[in-house]
Design a protein around this ligand. Structure first.
Ligand code: APR
Ligand code: PHB
Length: 389
């Protein structure tokens, strides 16, 4: 079998690239290790930068997002019994769209199905070969059968635990990482979200976040020690802790109920340089991870895919290799800015075991500065709504 671009990973990155290249007449095959149900069963963040919204519309998958998503013109930062509203629309002229990543992924699968796209689930032992030669190909096993796909290029969209990043020789690859000393305990509940906009809360007991998926599906998080286990947290214990960390008026009106999903996720900052090796191009979580505090995970994947889409289109349509040659540097320039923002939001809003009284005052003074400075609020807002591609 031969294809123009072999895409490893059927998550948002891989599916979005496949859909955008299809609309350029560029042939792809997506190799996904897990079942579609498993992929669609993942609960992930739901804040889309406007650049991501535009890209999904360009891919022809914006209809349900536009119908069911929520446009948010701002967000709330709460701390020490005060709430600061960051007015994205007034400060930047932009908004964000709240629409679950699971829905984005489902919309992309539906689009690939409608276009007769080739997405192969259950692809095991995927291996990349001859990436720096002229015989690039991918092998995999499925239902006990070995398969081989010759290709012009490989897009490594297989996430943090995938195989693509490892195909870059260790002598070439440089990795940067910060693992945070806490996790996020997250729940979904079929209750009305406590607020129309998101609430990011800095509290002496730890961080909390109030988010949503729709008018009857709320998403909440509390910071927990890495030693905690989901079974340590009853629903009542979660609601009690959340109420202690969010503003009193929000706690008073919080609608609680049975949780329908409960999980603990670790927080990590990670970047792999370069994002290209020969005919392999990394995109999304395969190349970088951000702590969810800045809601950048899916949005960074989107900008990677935007750059790779244009680079491959220019190559096949115009014989112009500049985009491919410049892909890694261009993508990394935006990745590092989002890494910085996500790291800074995490440092501002979480309780670190070793932060001490001085660290506490640094957080309080930064929140004071945010509350009093339009320049500080604009800086946060332009990073949150998304820096230009
Ligand atoms: N072979 C084939 N598929 C693989 C392999 C492999 N060896 N390893 C991983 N995969 C698949 C995973 O099963 C997953 O479906 O690659 C896909 C990668 O998807 P994601 O991890 O969702 O990464 P990405 O598509 O880049 O999306 C980034 O997902 O994790 C969130 O916060 C992140 O929102 C961001 C988004
Ligand atoms: C979510 O809705 O899951 C969410 C929103 C914003 C974040 C992180 C997670 O920063």
């Amino acid at each position: 079998m031969h294809t123009q671009v072999c895409i490893i990973g059927g998550g948002p990155s891989g599916l979005l690239l496949s859909q955008l290249l299809h609309r350029e007449g560029i042939e792809t095959v997506v190799l996904e290790r897990r079942s579609r149900d498993h992929v669609l069963g993942r609960i992930r963040a739901g804040v889309l930068e406007w650049g991501t919204v535009d890209l999904l519309r360009a891919a022809g998958v914006g209809e349900r997002m536009d119908a069911e998503g929520f446009v948010h013109d701002g967000t709330l930062l709460a701390a020490q019994n005060r709430t600061i509203r960051i007015d994205f629309r007034r400060l930047t002229g932009k908004s964000v769209m709240v629409y679950g990543q699971t829905e984005v992924t489902a919309d992309l699968y539906a689009a690939r199905d409608a276009a007769g796209g080739c997405v192969i689930h259950g692809a095991e032992d995927v291996a990349l070969h001859d990436l720096d030669g002229d015989g690039a190909h991918v092998t995999y096993r499925r239902d006990g059968q070995e398969h081989r796909i010759a290709c012009d290029f490989v897009a490594g969209c297989d996430g943090f635990h995938g195989v693509s990043r490892q195909a870059i020789p260790a002598s070439v690859r440089r990795e940067f990482e910060r693992v945070y000393p806490f996790g996020w305990l997250g729940v979904l509940s079929r209750t009305a979200p406590v607020e129309d906009e998101l609430i990011y809360a800095n509290h002496e007991r730890g961080f909390a976040l109030c988010s949503m998926r729709n008018a009857r599906l709320a998403r909440y998080y509390v910071q927990v020690p890495l030693s905690d286990k989901v079974e340590d947290w009853s629903d009542d214990a979660f609601w009690t802790e959340l109420k202690r960390r969010i503003p009193a008026e929000a706690a008073d009106r919080l609608e609680t109920g049975p949780t329908i999903e409960k999980s603990i996720a670790p927080l990590r900052s990670f970047v792999c340089e370069p994002m290209r090796w020969g005919r392999l191009f990394l995109a999304g979580d395969a190349a970088h991870i951000v702590p969810p505090t800045g809601a950048k995970g899916l949005n960074l994947a989107a900008s990677d895919i935007f750059y790779l889409w244009h680079a491959l289109r220019d190559h096949y349509r115009d014989g112009d290799a500049a985009g491919l040659e410049g892909y890694s540097a261009r993508a990394l320039a935006r990745v590092w800015k989002s890494e910085r923002f996500s790291w800074s939001m995490t440092n501002l809003l979480h309780r670190f075991p070793d932060q001490g009284d001085f660290g506490q005052r640094m957080q309080e003074s930064e929140l004071d500065y945010l509350e009093s400075s339009e320049a500080a609020q604009t800086a946060l807002a332009e990073n949150y709504v998304g820096l230009p591609y």
